[in-house]
Design a protein around this ligand. Structure first.
Ligand code: HEM
Ligand code: HEM
Length: 285
C-alpha cells in the first residue's frame, strides 16, 4: 500500500488501513470492550460495582455466556488476522512493516533525548513508529495469553487430565491480571495516542492527510514520493491468489473446527449449577 491520491498538497491523502483491516479493528473494539465489561466484574465479584454490574447484565450465567460469545468473536478475528497477514506476505509480497528492527532502538533513544531536551529534532519514522509496533505486539501477545488461559478456564477437567492441577489457579491469575493490564493500557496509552496526541481518524476513514504523514511517518512519505507505487503483474497476482486461496480455506476450516471442539468439549467444573428449588422440611417446634 504505497500510493497517494493526487490533488494539491493540502488535500492529498495517503492510504493507511484498507477495509479489511478496519473491519478487523472494529471487531477488536467490539469483542475487547464486551470481554472487559463481562470479565472484570467476575474478577471482583465481592465489590459493590462488580456485583452491581453482574446483576445489571442479567446474573452470572448470562454474564459468562456473553463473555464466552465475545471470546469466540475475538478468536475468529484473530484467525482472520492471520489469514490477512498471510495474504499480504504471500500474495502481495509486501515488506513486514510491523517487525521490530535496530532502527526502532535508535528511535527510542532519540525520542528520549528529544523529550529531555538534549536533541533538537525528534526521530523520523516510517510506516509504523516504535510505539505502534509495541502496541501491536502487546495486543498479539495479550490475545495469545487470553486465548490459552481462557481455554484452560473453559475446559478445566480436560486440562487437568493432561497437565498438573496447579495450572487452573495459575491460568485464572494470569487471565485476570492480563485483563487488567490490557484494559488499563488501552484506555490510557492507546486512547492517548489516537485521540489526545493527534486526533487520528485513519482506523475509521482509512486515510492520513499530508500534514499527519509529515508529522508521524516522514520516512514513509519520502519513500512514496521518491518511488512510484509498485504494481504486480495481474497474471502473477492471480496465480499467487489461486495458490493461496485453498491453503487459506483449509487453514481457516481447521482452526474453526478446533475452536468449535474446544468450546463445546466439556461442561466445565465451574459451570454454574442451574438454580433449583428445594423443599425443606422443618419440623414445628
Ligand atoms: C482481552 C480479552 C479478555 C478479557 C479482558 C477477559 C477478562 C476476563 C476476566 C477479568 C475474567 C475473570 C478472571 C478471574 O475471575 O480472576 C475472565 C474469566 C474468564 N474468561 Fe476471559 N477475558 C478475555 C478473553 C477471553 C477469551 C479469549 C476466552 C476464551 C478462550 C476467555 C474465557 C474466560 C473464561 C472461561 C473465564 C472463567 C469464567 C467464565 O467461565 O466466564 N476470556 N475473563
Ligand atoms: C474506541 C476505541 C478505539 C479507537 C478510537 C481506536 C483507534 C485507533 C486508530 C485511529 C488507530 C490507527 C493509528 C495509526 O495511525 O496507526 C488504531 C490502531 C490500532 N488499534 Fe485501536 N482504537 C480503539 C480500540 C482498540 C482496542 C480495544 C484495541 C485492542 C485491544 C486496539 C488495537 C489497535 C492496534 C493493535 C492498532 C495498530 C497499531 C497502532 O497503530 O497503534 N484498538 N486504533
Amino acid at each position: 500500500m504505497s500510493h497517494k491520491t493526487t490533488g494539491n498538497h493540502k488535500s492529498e491523502r495517503y492510504p493507511r488501513f484498507d477495509t479489511g483491516q478496519r473491519i478487523e479493528h472494529a471487531l477488536l473494539i467490539l469483542s475487547f470492550t464486551i470481554l472487559s465489561i463481562t470479565g472484570l466484574p467476575q474478577k471482583y465479584p465481592d465489590t459493590g460495582w462488580g456485583e452491581g454490574m453482574i446483576r445489571l447484565m442479567g446474573g452470572i450465567e448470562l454474564t459468562r455466556f456473553i463473555h464466552h460469545t465475545a471470546a469466540i468473536v475475538l478468536i475468529v478475528g484473530s484467525i482472520y488476522h492471520l489469514v490477512g497477514v498471510g495474504y499480504r506476505l504471500v500474495v502481495k509480497r509486501v515488506q513486514m512493516s510491523m517487525l521490530p528492527g535496530w532502527k526502532d532502538v535508535v528511535d527510542v533513544v532519540q525520542s528520549l533525548g528529544y523529550n529531555f531536551g538534549l536533541i533538537k529534532e525528534p526521530p523520523k519514522m516510517g510506516r509504523y513508529t516504535f510505539g505502534e509496533k509495541v502496541e501491536y505486539w502487546a495486543v498479539v501477545w495479550g490475545t495469545v495469553i487470553m486465548i490459552l488461559t481462557g481455554f484452560v478456564l473453559w475446559n478445566p477437567i480436560a486440562t487437568t487430565r493432561m497437565l498438573p492441577g496447579e495450572l487452573i489457579p495459575a491460568a485464572k491469575a494470569a487471565h485476570g491480571g492480563e485483563a487488567l493490564l490490557a484494559v488499563l493500557s488501552i484506555v490510557t496509552w492507546h486512547m492517548y495516542n489516537v485521540h489526545v496526541k493527534n486526533f487520528n481518524k485513519s482506523m475509521f476513514s482509512g486515510w492520513l492527510n499530508r500534514h499527519e504523514m509529515e508529522e508521524e511517518h516522514p520516512l514513509e512519505l519520502a519513500a512514496i514520493e521518491s518511488s512510484p507505487a509498485k504494481t504486480v503483474d495481474p497474471e502473477v497476482l492471480r496465480r499467487r491468489q489461486r495458490l493461496y486461496l485453498p491453503v487459506a480455506v483449509i487453514f481457516s476450516l481447521v482452526m474453526l473446527v478446533s475452536v468449535y471442539f474446544f468450546v463445546t468439549f466439556e461442561e466445565t467444573a465451574i459451570t454454574t449449577v442451574p438454580r433449583q428449588t428445594v423443599e425443606v422440611f422443618s419440623p414445628a417446634q
